[in-house]
Design a protein around this ligand. Sequence first.
Ligand SMILES: Nc1ncnc2c1ncn2[C@@H]1O[C@H](COP(=O)(O)OP(=O)(O)O)[C@@H](O)[C@H]1O
Ligand SMILES: [Mg+2]
Length: 280
Amino acid sequence: MADCNGDCAACASKGSCSTPKEDPVKPTLERIKHVFVVLSGKGGVGKSTVAANLALGLRLRGQAVGLLDVDVHGPSIPKILGLQGQRAMGDGEKLIPLETAEGLKVMSTGLILEKEDEPIVWRGPLKAGVIKQFIGEVRWGDLDYLIVDCPPGTGDEPLSICQLIPSAEAILVTTPQQVATLDVSKSITFCNQLGLRIAGVIENMSGFTCPHCGTFTPIFKTGGGEALAKRYGLPFLGKLPIATEIGESGDEGKPFVAAHPDTPAAKAFMAAVDNLLSIG
Ligand SMILES: Nc1ncnc2c1ncn2[C@@H]1O[C@H](COP(=O)(O)OP(=O)(O)O)[C@@H](O)[C@H]1O
Ligand SMILES: [Mg+2]
């Protein structure tokens, strides 16, 4: 028996039918070539910043890209991309992602909540349901890449994503110092246990070059993420420096790689994007 897509005669007359409904996740995923989940062991290492700028960088390289923010406790993607205060609308059947000026499609819990600054209590099954809806019931269309920004740690969200999207791959973000790389080692073990392939490691906040005198200061040291990638035999996607424009862009809602393309930090982001493109 063919699956019902929700508009058969029985659905129309009785409001329900006994024909099995087609799971909307599968047909959605069939139209998405690559799914990358951005993970880290710690909060505040720049995961959302990296997810947003990698997605935008891929878009600037001509790819069709979606960015999904599944951080239900602190969705920061709308703010980083200047979409704060906007709401995603439905077309009667599915949710329509918002689009940045560059054509990056975006969906986030922050775009569907009544009040975006209200803390929300989500239980595990509810979170899993939201993630499923965000994948199956959002009109993503044909995408080359879907980038998923996860909350920190090894919790329900990456687990749900691995179960829903067996082909997803992880991008691990760390800062260079040992406390952060230790946490990322835990994420590597987590990915291995789930069978989630790791596409590569990104080292964020890797030193600061003074824009006035040109002196380089490794504030959180440098090289820790690269050494970690080497130790675990993982691809290293690149080092991103600390740059005041990154924080400012995030606060002002101006997507960094598009707003400051000529800075060394934006070039470092684009080099990471090109590394990602070269691996698939
Ligand atoms: N390379 C960087 N240089 C300067 N500021 C950064 C950089 N990466 C991230 N930030 C800032 O650090 C803070 C935390 O980043 P965020 O992406 O929200 O981290 P996470 O998602 O891991 O919690 C934000 O204010 C962001 O603007
Ligand atoms: Mg975040």
